[in-house]
Design a protein around this ligand. Structure first.
Ligand SMILES: Cc1cc2nc3c(=O)[nH]c(=O)nc-3n(C[C@H](O)[C@H](O)[C@H](O)COP(=O)(O)OP(=O)(O)OC[C@H]3O[C@@H](n4cnc5c(N)ncnc54)[C@H](O)[C@@H]3O)c2cc1C
Length: 291
């Protein structure tokens, strides 16, 4: 299959890309790693008049300290994020989530910004970013704005990005020393999109009671999904198997996942709960591990 004809721009500077998007608006599409967009073009599910290729803009690919955390340029390849020493040390949940994306060849080309902007409901990075309280920097010729996950992810394959905006970087705070994390998913084969998955971040006080819980699910809704009642059930509690079992019941009760050719809603609901329980226990184990 062949894409419909399109114009092609490959600017070297960020401002040139923004000017092109400002000029062409909804007629333009940004090209990052192409791992989602190129198949869509080939199947003619997308037919932009102009492609604005970001691959020559060097200052969109970087990993830099941001306080104790990191800020990562949108064009940073997923494979670089996965293996980068600072990511593995400061934000290991992110490295683990990226490792679940496709295969090394896909991650070598796919970018962190492309995955977040594409916002596939079964993808790993939106859930990981939400669990990590990431902030998203969006730029246009009109200026810059910074959004949190709830503002950025807007629904099925949809974000708050306007047609003239580019996601330029993602800011990720480091987890505090009293925090533990886990990323777990079930897929039919390693490298497939998740049938259900969860990114978990838990914090405990000196008495082992939970002071903060973030459980963000993937594959069970139109985007990254939180279940506030399940998180609430952990707060103030010692994370024992009984507390976790109660939380799992709440997750399974509140989630409303879709049935599709890959899995039924019941399967997803059950699996997401089981994964949430395992992730909570694993996060707590990690808090207790020496660092
Ligand atoms: C065989 C295969 C298996 C895969 N498995 C998985 C998987 O298990 N999990 C998973 O999460 N993904 C998976 N993917 C998708 C992969 O992660 C893609 O890399 C990702 O979805 C898109 O990133 P990209 O950089 O390739 O973006 P592109 O495909 O270039 O772009 C995707 C979309 O985002 C927009 N966009 C890209 N960058 C920006 C930006 N900076 N600002 C604004 N808009 C932007 C584009 O215009 C386009 O609409 C798989 C892909 C393949 C081919």
């Amino acid at each position: 299959m062949k894409p419909a004809p399109f114009g092609y721009l490959a600017p070297r500077r960020r401002i040139e890309a923004l000017e092109a998007l400002s000029e062409y608006g909804v007629e333009a599409k940004v090209l990052a790693g192409g791992q989602s967009l190129v198949p869509l073009l080939a199947m003619r599910l997308a037919s932009p008049a102009v492609l604005v290729d970001l691959n020559r803009i060097k200052d969109l690919a970087f990993i830099r300290p941001f306080g104790e955390g990191l800020t990562i340029g949108a064009m940073t390849r997923q494979r670089v994020v996965e293996t980068h020493r600072r990511v593995v040390r400061r934000i290991p949940l992110l490295a683990e989530a990226v490792r679940c994306i496709g295969h090394p060849q896909i991650r070598a080309r796919g970018t962190i910004g492309g995955s977040l902007a594409h916002a596939d409901p079964a993808s790993e990075l939106p859930a990981a970013a939400a669990a990590l309280d990431a902030h998203f920097v969006l730029a246009s010729v009109r200026g810059e704005r910074v959004l949190d996950s709830e503002q950025f992810f807007a629904g099925y394959l949809t974000t708050a990005l306007e047609p003239d905006e580019i996601l330029t970087e993602v800011r990720l705070p480091a987890l505090p020393p009293d925090a533990g994390w886990a990323f777990l998913e079930i897929a039919r084969r390693h490298g497939d999109f998740a049938l259900a998955g969860v990114a978990a971040v838990l914090r405990l006080d000196g008495d082992g009671r939970c002071t903060e819980a973030r459980l963000v699910f993937t594959g069970v809704g139109p985007g990254p999904v939180r279940v506030p009642e399940a998180e609430q059930a952990l707060l103030g509690q010692q994370i024992a198997r009984s507390t976790v079992a109660e939380m799992v019941c709440i997750v399974q009760d509140r989630l409303d996942p879709p049935t599709d050719i890959h899995a039924t809603a019941d399967y997803r609901r059950h699996t997401a709960g089981v994964l949430a329980g395992r992730a909570a226990l694993q996060a707590v184990e990690r808090i207790r591990e020496p660092r």
